[in-house]
Design a binder for this molecule. Structure first.
Ligand SMILES: *[C@@H]1O[C@H](CO)[C@@H](O)[C@H](O)[C@H]1NC(C)=O
Ligand SMILES: *[C@@H]1O[C@H](CO)[C@@H](O)[C@H](O)[C@H]1NC(C)=O
Length: 140
């Protein structure tokens, strides 16, 4: 009986997560960047109908070798930012801007991956949820 209850609860938690999944408003996938350059990263949070509370976010960048980006198979790499996620409403959008510096160790002529990992508490029971998204940048 206890097992059955746990399963039902997990199902509810997943539904809540789907309702407010984050995404990058900027930069666009495959934007060209130069090491040392400052780049604006906008992290949007979708529909806010479900009950949730933002805890924090980490943003990082890693080298993709031979244009093969690791996705969520690896860590964030060089961490640009690790701290609060406090999005602002702008019209119907809800997002936060972070300005980061593209690190100099990235090799020109290859891709780099920007990863954002957002920690959210979802539902009335504050189910801990980590949502990781990523995008590729072209280092030139
Ligand atoms: C970004 O572009 C790469 C290379 O074309 C592609 O593999 C990847 O799926 C794209 N990612 C997104 C989020 O569109
Ligand atoms: C994010 O940055 C863009 C470009 O500078 C700006 O237009 C926008 O108002 C900023 N939004 C927030 C929520 O800070």
């Amino acid at each position: 009986m206890r097992f059955f209850c746990s399963l039902t609860f997990a199902g509810l938690a997943v539904t809540s997560v789907m309702a407010q999944v984050p995404f990058f408003g900027a930069p666009q996938n495959l934007t060209q960047v130069v090491p040392g350059e400052n780049v604006l990263i906008s992290v949007f949070q979708g529909d806010t109908n479900s009950q949730f509370e933002d805890v924090g976010i980490a943003l990082g960048i890693s080298q993709c070798f031979n244009n093969a980006c690791p996705g969520t198979e690896t860590g964030l790499g060089d961490v640009f930012y690790n701290g609060p996620f406090v999005p602002t409403f702008v019209g119907t959008n809800r997002y936060q801007n972070y300005t980061v510096t593209i690190p100099s160790f990235l090799e020109a002529g290859d891709l780099a991956q920007v990863t954002a990992s957002l920690f959210v508490l979802t539902g009335a029971a504050a189910f801990p949820t980590l949502e990781t998204i990523y995008i590729a940048l072209e280092v030139v």
